[in-house]
Write a protein that binds this ligand. Structure first.
Ligand code: AMP
Ligand code: MG
Length: 437
């Protein structure tokens, strides 16, 4: 049996980032830069006021104090966006607003609250140092400076600096377009009538949502019968445009009903393996078609699908998008121990609570069957149990891979009564930010 780490390594070894594309800034969010971006301009672009106040020469109001305010004639107003070239006149001031260009020759801004605010003759009640309340040109970024190095994922703040510098488009690893296919004669899309023996396709909607939540594009291209010809034709079609394909179902060793495995064995670099994990043992992966599209063939049971996505597909998607993914777990104390199969790394669904000390407590949910979607929906995370462990003791600490954002789990725990005799002492919010611990 292949270990989880070995299978993951062999998958990642075959994945390369999708081709770079140049996109307008409006489409760049979430994508990864393939080149350094330099700023064509200084930021700030021009010296401007950090406050609403009066632009002066510091030395000309050096005697001003609350006891002895200085009366200074005002030349006019400079609002933000004023493009006129204003100049300082000795002994005068301009009334200036935050972000407005500082007039030529002025070297400081007296804050509005240090004056009487008069529009024509202002009482200055405080002296200022030269440079006070002025944001000088280029103090943030110099023209020609690298503002974002290659490899940066463009988030909100990165968009802000690109927009500030007037960079209209960027070259990034392209968006990853994922096709999700469900297979099985028994499957019917939700919303359609169902006959005896049939079930609704739940893997399709779940996988598409997982892909989208990871920041990629997903098309759930429907469900296919256990028919090798149909599966082959549908896959060939998607290999022309998809950047990654995920199928579910039909990969056990059962034989004629495991159509995905049957039809893809020997295709491209496809490898079907038993991976030492629970759930998710039957795994298939390879590159298919002339575009060498990574194809994951996941098992059919919904819990296995979710676990396989977290363990293998998520890191592969990140690499396809030009990123590196490392799973982040949170420690939790086991509320009620369970057993784990020898030689298989177990991913056990748990619901998180807060124990009396403020630590996370992990309650097993969903039972051992990997078909149990009800329990899956109640889980906050997956407790990761190493292959050699066979008993997970009550009270022991386990790493939990969250299945929801931590803020969402914390939000629920904040409204939940902590259990145990010391519950009042624990209080809501205790032990927050444990991810930093
Ligand atoms: P298989 O690997 O095709 O034998 O499927 C294993 C189990 O997962 C069977 O009980 C299938 O009915 C179930 N299953 C397969 N595909 C799906 C799906 N898309 N949605 C829900 N259950 C599925
Ligand atoms: Mg099947």
């Amino acid at each position: 049996m292949t270990t989880v780490a070995e299978h993951l390594e062999s998958v990642l070894a075959e994945i390369v980032p999708v081709e770079a594309v140049t996109v307008p800034l409006a489409q760049a969010h979430g994508l990864v830069l393939v080149q350094d971006v330099t700023s064509p301009v200084d930021l700030p672009r021009f010296a401007n006021s950090a406050m609403d106040g009066y632009a002066v020469r510091a030395e000309e109001v050096s005697g001003a104090s609350p006891e002895q305010p200085q009366l200074v004639p005002v030349l006019g107003d400079i609002p933000a966006g004023d493009g006129t070239a204003h100049t300082h006149r000795t002994g005068h001031a301009w009334r200036i607003l935050t972000g407005a260009p500082v007039p030529e020759g002025a070297d400081a801004v007296v804050r509005l609250e240090d004056t009487d605010g008069h529009p024509r003759e202002v009482m200055v009640r405080h002296a200022v140092e030269p440079g006070a309340n002025i944001r000088s040109a280029g103090e943030d970024v110099r023209a020609g400076e690298v503002i974002l190095p290659a490899g940066t994922r463009i988030g909100p703040a990165q968009l802000a600096v690109l927009a500030s510098a007037g960079v209209p488009e960027v070259t990034v690893t392209g968006p990853v377009r994922v096709v999700v296919l469900s297979t099985g004669d028994e499957l019917v899309p939700v919303g359609e009538p169902i006959r005896p023996g049939q079930i609704h396709d739940s893997n399709g909607p779940m996988l598409a949502a997982l892909v989208r939540a990871a920041g990629h594009y997903a098309v759930h291209a429907g469900h296919l019968p256990d028919d090798e010809k149909v599966i082959r034709a549908e896959l060939d079609h998607h290999l022309d445009h998809a950047d990654l394909v995920i199928t579910s179902g039909g990969v056990s060793k059962g034989g004629s009903y495991d159509a995905v495995r049957e039809v893809l064995t020997g295709s491209g670099s496809m490898v079907f393996r038993e991976v030492g994990m629970q759930p998710g043992k039957p795994q298939g992966f390879g590159l298919l078609g002339r575009r060498k599209v990574p194809v994951f063939t996941l098992p059919g049971n919904p819990v296995s699908v979710l676990v396989s996505f977290e363990v293998f597909v998520r890191p592969a998607l990140a690499r396809r998008a030009g990123q590196r993914y490392e799973p982040v777990t949170v420690p939790a104390l086991v509320l009620d121990g369970w057993s784990s199969p020898e030689g298989r790394q177990q991913y056990h669904r748990v619901r998180l609570h807060r124990d009396t000390s403020g630590a996370y407590a992990a309650e097993p949910v969903g039972g051992p069957g990997s078909h149990l979607v009800g329990g899956l929906a109640a889980a906050d995370g997956l407790a990761v149990i190493p292959a050699e462990v066979t008993e997970v003791a009550t009270g022991s600490e386990v790493p939990v891979l969250p299945l929801r954002p931590l803020w969402e789990i914390e939000g629920r725990l904040g409204g939940e009564q902590p259990d145990g005799p010391d519950s009042a002492a624990a209080g809501p919010g205790r032990g927050r930010h444990r991810e930093n611990a």
